[in-house]
Write a protein that binds this ligand. Structure first.
Ligand code: AVJ
Length: 319
């Protein structure tokens, strides 16, 4: 018999307060910015799923290739009875891991999207009767309290989502993951790798314009949730490779001078023509950098696997 439960660490009011705080801060600073976590309402989560199927967006396929190739090795090394997935989304890739882990009893998906969590749990429970699913509606960048579940635990953080964090935020995040691990537990993390600029920019500015729509969806979220009057047509999606920091920046650029009212904040936000909102950074990594960041958080890199084309890496580290 399988059991499904959901723990909400984000009640609706907390999410609303967090959105207000982020939007107020981001719209009144120079340059303007918005945190990428607000992309993922039901529509944004759908658009992201569409991105993962685009010809230009290789990370999902590259990571899936590694997971398929290494699932048995990962299972043997970890022996996990509990699988915790931070930023689980559709849990699509995790399926391969779940199937490969013979001792697995409990799956703990952690995500800010309730629709993604319930959708993923439904299809997983159908495929794995007997698996316990304890979903956590939570922001993984905040300190997490994991439900009681049997060890060893394998914590997975896939897709290269660590790249959405600034280096200082990554240090805090990795230290908090380290604090979740007991001896014998492990962290499996996906990191996109530094590569040719044209390949990277295309992955974040696809020909069909799906990424542009995804980027602009954050404005639709603010319009709906905070009674704002952003017109997505007034903004243009831009993807830029930042060579110094080795990250992609997604920005929304005002096509002309516009003024936006955000009713819930009682705020009027002027944009100059060409003014940009930074909506996401997606950092790209190198082996030595990942090893160092893990080590600084008290995690020892034990395995490093890449896809055959060397575009993406999975690292397995231990406390
Ligand atoms: C889900 C954060 C891994 O940074 O590649 C995809 C999000 N943004 N296209 C990434 C994203 C634009 C994605 N992550």
């Amino acid at each position: 018999m399988s059991v499904f439960q959901m723990t909400r660490t984000l009640d609706e009011h907390a999410a609303d307060r967090a959105l207000r705080k982020d939007v107020l801060r981001g719209m009144t600073r120079v340059p303007k910015e918005l945190p990428p976590k607000w992309f993922y309402d039901a529509r944004g989560s759908e658009l992201f799923e569409e991105i993962t199927r685009l010809p230009e967006y290789y990370p999902t396929r590259a990571e899936r290739e590694i997971l398929l190739e290494r699932a048995r090795e990962i299972a043997a090394v970890s022996g996990a009875r509990t699988l915790v997935e931070l930023g689980s989304g559709s849990s699509e890739k995790t399926r391969h891991l779940i199937e490969a882990l013979p001792a697995l009893e409990t799956y703990v998906p952690v995500d800010v999207s309730e629709s993604a969590l319930t959708g993923a749990a439904e299809s997983l429970l159908e495929a794995h009767p007997g698996l316990n699913v304890h979903a956590l509606l939570a922001d993984f960048t905040a300190p997490l309290h994991l439900p009681d579940s049997p060890g060893p635990r394998l914590v997975v953080f896939l897709g290269g989502t660590i790249g959405n964090l600034l280096p200082a935020e990554r240090a805090v995040f990795l230290a908090s993951v380290r604090a979740m691990l007991s001896p014998g537990d492990a962290l499996l993390m996906g990191t996109d790798l530094v590569k040719d600029e044209a390949v990277l920019v295309a992955a974040y500015d696809d020909a069909q314009g799906v990424t542009a729509e995804f980027d602009k969806n954050v404005l639709a979220v603010i319009d709906r949730e905070l009674g704002a009057d952003f017109h997505t047509a007034d903004f243009e999606h831009v993807a830029v490779w930042n060579r110094e920091h080795e990250w992609i920046e997604m920005r929304l650029r005002a096509r002309s001078a516009v003024t936006v009212k955000i009713r819930a904040l009682d705020l009027v936000v002027p944009f100059e023509e060409g003014e940009e909102i930074l909506t996401e950074i997606s950092a790209k990594f190198r082996h030595e950098g990942v090893r160092k960041e893990l080590a600084e958080a008290g995690l020892e890199l034990a395995h490093w696997w890449t896809d055959s084309a060397g575009r993406f890496a999975l690292s397995l580290s231990v406390a």
